[in-house]
Design a protein around this ligand. Structure first.
Ligand SMILES: [Ca+2]
Ligand SMILES: [Ca+2]
Length: 95
């Protein structure tokens, strides 16, 4: 897995999560992302009701982990710095 990503690639990833295109990722957008991921993995086994609580929890965790200024939205700047931090940690583990 390559950890060196260009800013352009990060912008494209961010835009995929930022469904309404306002430049900020909200907990609802993280939620939608998680739901679509779960649907791909467990398309038949899971109902909306059974995944709802789990998705809520992880969406909030994911938002909180990236939301540096605590306004409940993740800007591209916050997304990028979270990604840079994860990439730096991954690089440390490789050594
Ligand atoms: Ca948005
Ligand atoms: Ca924020």
């Amino acid at each position: 897995m390559s950890i060196a990503r260009s800013e352009q690639e990060l912008k494209e990833n961010f835009a995929k999560i930022d469904v309404n295109g306002d430049g900020k990722i909200t907990v609802d957008e993280f939620r939608a992302l998680l739901v679509s991921g779960i649907r791909e993995d467990y398309s038949e086994a899971v109902s909306d009701v059974s995944i709802s609580d789990i998705v809520d929890k992880y969406a909030k965790q994911q938002l909180a982990s990236m939301d540096a200024d605590g306004n409940n939205e993740v800007s591209f700047k916050e997304y990028k710095s979270a990604y840079d931090k994860a990439a730096a940690e991954a690089a440390d583990e490789d050594e």
